[in-house]
Design a protein around this ligand. Structure first.
Ligand code: ADP
Ligand code: MG
Length: 246
């Protein structure tokens, strides 16, 4: 049975697209068939991180309007087999409605083991379109108060929408920085404030930015890679410990 996972955060720039694409790669490396749907209309980025921008012609709005077949907008990512993506429209006004997105995901999810939906910042209609068909949510926060507040807001919004299976991803963790900020006593306090069970702690690593911006995440060459592998395994139901790497 397929699993539909929305990656959300409330606040922009927490690493949703980095998490969506890196997780999708890790799942595909474990022989899963994976679809990444970019729901960040007007600000799409998953196509760049997955290295398919040069091939990109059609996006989700073309599929929904009937301007192209689904297969025309489905791009297979290089570097790993079984990973596909559909891009968000490049223009914000072409945003796909929550209802139409729900119909699309329901009709196609069973072709995949995992559908990962990358959401925009905020809690508006773009976020609703991303979350409406989700079985599970990954809430991405950075370990600082403004970001954690975004996580709390999105937890509530997801709960209101009935997406109650939520897990917390703390991204861009740097122990020395965390301690020197002196805002939180420890990581448990961050987890307690968000009120969501932790599933991954991803280290700060500039290499993931360099790889993502070049569409080269599939090279698996950052210290985050092992953490995304563990996250993928945990989502597959394997009882493995949290990987802490900072
Ligand atoms: P969002 O989709 O939430 O707006 P992005 O995935 O685009 O966020 O990431 C925002 C910025 O943070 C990018 O420059 C990205 O490379 C960087 N980033 C994300 N995760 C990490 C990380 N673990 N370590 C270092 N930089 C990161
Ligand atoms: Mg993004």
């Amino acid at each position: 049975m397929s699993q539909v996972i929305v990656v959300a955060s409330g606040k922009g720039g927490t690493g949703k697209t980095t998490v969506s694409t890196s997780l999708a790669l890790a799942l595909a490396r474990k022989n899963n068939k994976v679809l990444v749907i970019d729901c960040d209309c007007g600000m799409r980025g998953a196509d760049m991180m997955l290295g398919i921008t040069d091939k990109l012609v059609h996006d989700m709005s073309d599929v929904i309007s009937g301007a192209c077949e689904v297969s025309d907008a489905l791009y297979e990512c290089s570097g790993v087999s079984g990973l596909y993506t559909i891009a968000a429209p490049s223009m914000a006004e072409d945003e796909v409605s929550p209802q139409l997105m729900k119909q699309f995901v329901s009709a196609h999810k069973d072709d995949y083991d995992y559908v990962i939906i990358d959401s925009p910042a905020g809690t508006g209609s773009g976020f609703e379109a991303a979350a409406i068909a989700a079985d599970k949510a990954l809430v991405v926060v950075n370990p600082e108060p403004t970001s954690v507040r975004g996580g709390v807001n999105i937890r509530q919004k997801l709960t209101d929408m009935g997406v109650t299976d939520q897990r917390l991803v703390i991204n861009r963790f740097d122990m020395a920085r965390f301690v020197s900020m002196g805002i939180y006593k420890d990581l448990d306090e961050v987890i307690d404030v968000t009120g969501i069970q932790l599933i991954a702690l991803i280290p700060e690593d500039v290499r993931i930015t360099a790889l993502a911006q070049r569409g080269a995440l599939a090279s698996n060459w950052s210290k985050c890679a092992v953490v995304f592998d563990a996250l993928a395994a945990r989502l597959q139901g394997l009882n493995i410990p949290l990987v802490v790497k900072s």
